[in-house]
Each structure stands twice: as C-alpha cells, then as structure tokens.
Ligand binder design. Structure first.
Ligand SMILES: [Zn+2]
Length: 368
C-alpha cells in the first residue's frame, strides 16, 4: 500500500496517534479494533473518519478517490458511526451491528464501525458486543472512541489496540488556525491559548460568530467587575449567563438526529430522552465556558499585574488588560480566581444556579 498523503490533515498536535495509524495502514496490517481515547475536542472523531477512509480505500487513503471523498463527507455506506442513545449504548444497537457484520462491504474493501461513547456500554450490550469484537469477519474494523479509559470495561479494553490522543500544544493549534482560517496572528494566538488544547473550540472560535460574541460578553463581565461603577450589577451578569446557557440547551435539543435513518435508528421516546440529555449537557458546557472565560480573564489580569504580560492567554485583549491591571492588586486577582473556582465546585452539587452565580459576582466585587 502507498503512504497516505492526504489523510489525517485535520489532526493537529497528535504525532503519536498519527504515526501509529499511518504505520498500521502503511504496513498493511491494521488491527481489527482500536480504542481512541483522550479529552474532548482533540479530533478523535475526525481521526476515526480519516482512518476509516484509509481502511476502505484501496490506496490506503489517497484522499481523492470516490471512497475517500464519500468518507470525508460522512456518507460512505461501509462506514457507520454509532452514538449512545440516552445514557447507554443499548443491546438493540449492538444486535443491529451484529446482524450487519455478516454482510459483505457494500462497495469497498472494508466495513468500519465507529463507536462513540465507548464508556457507555451497559452489562447487557457489552456482553452482546464482546463476541463480535473478539472474532470479527476479516473485513470488519471497530474504532471505539472515549474520553478516558476509566469507564470502559476491561474486557473491551483488552481486545482493542489503544491510541492515545492528548490536548494539542497551543503552538500547533496556532499554526493550524493561521493556515486554515483568515485570522491575524494575534487572534490565532489568542484562540489557540484560550482553547487550552481543545482544537474543536479553537476552530469554533474562528468559524462561529455567535460563540465569539459570547466570549466577548463574558470577557466584558470580567472587565466591568473591576471598574468603579459596575454596569448592571450581579443580577444582570447572572441573567446574561443563565440566558446564554438555556439558549445553548434549546439549540442542542433541536439539533438534528445525528444517527442516520434506518441504521441504528431509535424509537421516538429514546430520541426524546436523548434530546433532553443533549440539552442538559449543552447548558452545562455553556456555563462552564462562561466560568472558564472569566477565570482566564482574571488569570490574565494577574499575569499582567505581575509583569508577565507575554504569558497572557487573551492576546487579543492585551490593551484592555494592560489598562485595567494594577500591580498593587495581584493578590486580589488571585482571590477572584479562587472565588470562581469555589463556585465551579459548588455547581457540581446541583445548587441553585442563580443564587450561586449572584453570590460569586458579589464576592468578586468584594475582592477586586
Ligand atoms: Zn482513496
């Protein structure tokens, strides 16, 4: 097989994973099951899609043939992506895979099943899956994806080749953003730094004006907290964040079903549960984003005040930081960081969101 020149172009800062997967294709002896594990946003799904294309393509992932082209658009009939329905990968989903296994590939040399959320098999579905995982037909490949190994059953781990993905270094993300998007070097550096290894977030900052707008609003809250007259006060700031969080939930709830019709389709009730769960997750993510951004703001204020301006994350806010940060207040900024951190911990215990945020803003106001 030829080298794979075009695939894995979207993989940023994952040299170890890239080498391992390219070698498996190049040597023509890929394993039948891989477990891609690593944090959110580092490109596991993109890598799985590329690797699946390489397995199906007769040239090992040339990037230009109809197989590669369909795979990259996510419409290749020999590549299926499975997601948990509700909280679990269900036994019905696994039975559907098992039924499908005996069929020859539709149009390529392989059948690839990409399984997201591999930590979410339950006892019954894991049991039904293990036999297929152990002895799949020669043309079948399983690519399992998970954030961490801790929630995956040892019986599943032991049957897979693990491929580790890690948070991408900011320099790699910065270079990628500069090459891919129309952004200035300051902006590329800012997005690379504030996304802290989450390539998905860095890319979204380049492409999603609404996300940029929310980031600006959360940074504005940080700015206003340090000013003598604070605009709107704690109630307004709290309301802003709660509104953004519930909007994120609504969008996620209405998102199109990611599971294609027919294959792996789920009954209506389960889809509703799934939509509800997605909404809850999106709300939590938005809330965390708001707290992350506030935290990074005060981290930058502290760095600027301490004379370490070159280490700030929000590079595109350098001027604002420079104007606002006072060297006499390094300790105040540190206490602000502690207040945000304490609120984050509190929120993981299902406390009243509105009260917790209001209390945080009052406390920030006090320490600043
Ligand atoms: Zn190809």
């Amino acid at each position: 097989m030829n080298e794979a020149p075009k695939i894995f172009t979207g993989l940023v800062g994952q040299e170890q994973a890239r080498r391992m997967l390219a070698a498996a294709i190049g040597q023509g002896s890929p394993s039948h099951a891989y477990l891609f594990h690593g944090p959110r946003g580092v490109g596991k799904l993109e890598a799985a899609r590329d690797f699946a294309a390489a397995l199906c393509c007769e040239q090992g992932g040339c990037g230009v043939c109809p197989t590669c082209e369909k795979a990259s658009r996510g419409v290749h009939p020999d590549i299926d992506v499975l997601e948990p329905v509700g909280s679990f990968i269900t036994v019905d989903q696994v039975r559907e895979i098992n039924r499908d296994l005996s069929l020859r590939p539709h149009e390529s040399q392989a059948r690839v099943f990409i399984i997201r959320g591999a930590g979410r098999f339950n006892a019954e579905s894991a049991n039904a899956f293990l036999k297929s995982l152990e002895e799949p037909p020669p043309f079948v490949y399983f690519l399992l994806l998970a954030r961490g190994l801790d929630r995956i059953l040892p019986t599943i781990i032991s049957r897979c080749q693990p491929v580790r993905f890690s948070a991408a270094p900011p320099e790699a993300i910065e270079a990628f953003l500069l090459e891919r998007f129309q952004v200035s070097s300051v902006v590329a550096q800012a997005y690379a730094r504030v996304s802290r290894g989450d390539l998905g977030l860095a890319q979204a900052l380049c492409t999603d004006p609404d996300l940029r707008d929310r980031r600006d609003r959360y940074l504005k809250i940080g700015e206003n907290l340090g000013r003598a007259a604070w605009e709107g006060g704690a109630s307004q700031m709290t309301a802003d964040i709660i509104l953004a969080s519930s909007q994120a939930g609504e969008i996620a709830e209405q998102e199109d079903e990611t599971i294609p019709e027919g294959f792996f389709s789920a009954p209506k009730k389960r889809r509703d549960q799934d939509a509800h769960r997605r909404a809850g997750q999106a709300q939590k993510r938005e809330l965390n984003l708001a707290l992350d951004i506030l935290e990074m703001w005060f981290r930058d204020m502290m760095a600027m005040a301490a004379g370490a301006g070159d280490t700030i994350l929000n590079r595109d806010y350098e001027l604002e930081l420079e104007n606002l940060a006072l060297s006499s207040k390094v300790d105040n900024y540190r206490r602000a960081l502690e207040a945000i951190e304490a609120t984050r911990a509190k929120l993981s215990y299902n406390v009243d969101l509105e009260l917790a945020l209001q209390a945080m803003f009052h406390q920030l106001r006090e320490v600043l």
